[in-house]
Design a binder for this molecule. Structure first.
Ligand SMILES: [Zn+2]
Length: 379
């Protein structure tokens, strides 16, 4: 999807005080958060970078807000804190560094923070002015489609920029040392990672039109008689299909699987083409004619997205099963007797048995009414 990012960095509180700060170490991952803010009457996500940063700075007393990016409930992406600055999003107390995570600053130092506005857990409550706990309606307890799509697009862009592995795209609760349900029990970081894996899969290679061989890079050459006119005639074709180009038919033997030879017999002889076939080429095809006629043919192939005039030789059809005469077993028959009847000798009974394995389980057991195929007598 098209990702639109609104740059609000300079509008955040205290921007001038911290704008030149640098994070401590490289960016290795992304931490995903929710804001745990919801409209008390509807449960809808509320808040944006300005409100979150205002709270972090003026209420919490931090020097800047806690996220690099904020995605509003409607899916708008705000760039709020420069990526080069560590966001305070997943730090934890570890005074003696017993966790070995940079005294609790590992995630802040190395993970970008993205916060989705919203509260993605059921049965949320708030405390009203009289100090009573009140429920927030259980609506909007998952990111909106627009918000999720924006998250995926933003994560992909950041992964590409910093070469971040899918495994290092994590929910806040998956960051060791942090005790939280963020980004909400209804938001599964594993589902997000599955989505990223799906997007990372390379698109399947386009299939050639029916009947056209699948040609790999470097497997196809266009052979041109040694004149500029033929090169001009083939330029459109070369541009479209990107074959190798050669002017030396004699040196092409054994080098390419697919050969398109341009020009008449006097330009490239049939015996040269035969040598290419003998040298192992799967398909050697002539585009006959003078440069004008050849260009006409090549341009038609380009227009039809056909690399070759005709399909490569189809696989030969398997031979149909032989039509053998049949014989219906009579009372008192044995295979030897049937052999005698058809071949003039009783000893060829095995031939009949082997031709009728689908009907007979033993050469000594045949029943009247069984229909047996009788193979021809061996020469
Ligand atoms: Zn969080």
């Amino acid at each position: 999807m098209e990702l639109t990012i609104k740059d609000v960095r300079a509008q955040m509180p205290n921007y001038q005080n911290y704008k030149d700060w640098q994070r401590n170490g490289p960016i290795l991952g992304i931490g995903v958060h929710h804001s745990a803010t919801a409209n008390r009457l509807t449960g809808a996500p509320i808040g944006d970078a300005a409100t979150f940063f205002d709270y972090h700075v003026r209420t919490n007393g931090w020097s800047h807000g806690g996220y690099n990016y904020v995605i509003t409930g409607s899916g708008e992406v705000e760039y709020a804190l420069d990526e080069k600055i560590a966001a305070y999003h997943a730090g934890f107390k570890d005074p003696d560094n017993s966790e070995g995570l940079e005294f609790g600053q590992y995630w802040n130092n190395h993970y970008l923070a993205i916060c989705m506005a919203g509260w993605f857990t059921e049965n949320r409550t708030y405390v009203d002015a009289a100090g009573r706990t009140q429920p927030i309606p259980n609506q909007y307890t998952r990111p909106s489609e627009a918000q999720f799509n924006a998250l995926v697009a933003l994560v992909q862009q950041l992964r590409q920029k910093y070469n971040i592995s899918i495994e290092n795209v994590r929910g806040h609760r998956e960051l060791a040392g942090n005790s939280t349900v963020c980004p909400g029990l209804n938001f599964s970081p594993a589902v997000l990672r599955d989505k990223l894996r799906e997007l990372d899969k390379p698109a399947p290679a386009p299939q050639p039109p029916a009947g056209q061989p699948q040609v790999g890079q470097g497997e196809h050459v266009i052979l041109l008689p040694d004149t500029d006119k033929y090169l001009d005639a083939a330029l459109g074709y070369i541009w479209k299909f990107q074959p190798d180009v050669s002017f030396a038919a004699g040196q092409a033997v054994g080098r390419w699987k697919y050969v398109t030879a341009v020009g008449n017999e006097e330009a490239i002889s049939s015996s040269q083409l035969a040598r290419l076939r003998e040298g192992g080429a799967l398909l050697v095809q002539r585009i006959p004619g003078n440069p004008t006629a050849a260009q006409d043919t090549l341009d038609k192939l380009v227009a039809q997205n056909l690399r070759f005039l005709v399909a490569a030789e189809p696989e030969p059809e398997p031979a149909p099963p032989p039509q053998w005469p049949t014989y219906t077993v009579q009372p008192g028959d044995t295979l030897s007797r049937i052999s005698q009847q058809f071949y003039g000798v009783s000893t060829l009974w095995r031939l009949i048995f082997e031709a009728n394995q689908d009907v007979l389980s033993s050469p000594s057991v045949i029943r009247p009414g069984q229909v047996l195929r009788i193979p021809p007598k061996p020469a």
